[in-house]
Design a binder for this molecule. Sequence first.
Ligand SMILES: NC(=O)c1ccc[n+]([C@@H]2O[C@H](COP(=O)([O-])OP(=O)(O)OC[C@H]3O[C@@H](n4cnc5c(N)ncnc54)[C@H](O)[C@@H]3O)[C@@H](O)[C@H]2O)c1
Length: 242
Amino acid sequence: MRLDGKVCIVTGAGSGIGRASALLFAEEGATVAAADIDGSAEGVTHVVDVADEEQTRALAAAVLDEYGRIDVLFNNAGIAGVGDLEETSLELWERVMRVNVRGVFLMSRAVAPAMIRQRSGSIVNMSSAIAETGLARRVSYAASKGAVLALTKSMQVDLAPLGVRVNALMPGTIMTPFVEGYLRDSYADPEEGRRSIRSRQLTGELGTPEDVAHAALFLASDESRFAFGSGLVIDGGLTAGR
Ligand SMILES: NC(=O)c1ccc[n+]([C@@H]2O[C@H](COP(=O)([O-])OP(=O)(O)OC[C@H]3O[C@@H](n4cnc5c(N)ncnc54)[C@H](O)[C@@H]3O)[C@@H](O)[C@H]2O)c1
């Protein structure tokens, strides 16, 4: 049991990577607060908009009230934004930055005081391989994930002396409901979209939510005790093969 006795918050836990992580963390002995803006999603225990300051504070308070501590915060909630510079409206830019960057900032700020009091904790932030590798028509999304990586390192410098680790995940393309939907919308034949994803990687395998959940488990657990401010790439060779 790699998270035995640990209290974990997973945001965006209603779907995809967040859902797979919440299930895996629970299997590994954790008590999981599964937070999502979508209260109808299966398994969600706390309905929270991570970009709403009051709701993030209320979530941290509720978890502390119920379990007395917070060991892990997995800032996974995020939304996509498709568009090049001209296609990207200010509204889309602000929506993407609001959830993906402000959400990570607010959730971390709500939870960090408890971890600092405990002198222990692990924050795992969801960045993306796109923070380091350009991809067409992802202006807002790439900016948001680059910001998360920079935020991770900066937070880590401040929080390391206080006993809290902060690391980021940098997945490539992962077959979640969001990506499946994107393939359906963008390609007449979704198989063509899958072929194009495979061709960018060093493996013919497609990434699954569980692949990323296992990486999140490592960063969440004490097994990663020597990892500080890192960005763990898990992308089927997308970045290495460039
Ligand atoms: N799927 C990929 O290829 C991929 C690659 C790299 C990074 N990521 C990142 O991984 C994370 C999860 O992605 P996924 O593919 O599992 O997506 P998903 O759409 O399947 O799940 C995201 C979940 O986040 C929730 N959410 C959205 N806005 C929220 C908010 N304001 N507050 C709380 N919850 C909110 C949604 O309701 C949903 O349940 C995202 O941050 C995404 O950017 C995904």
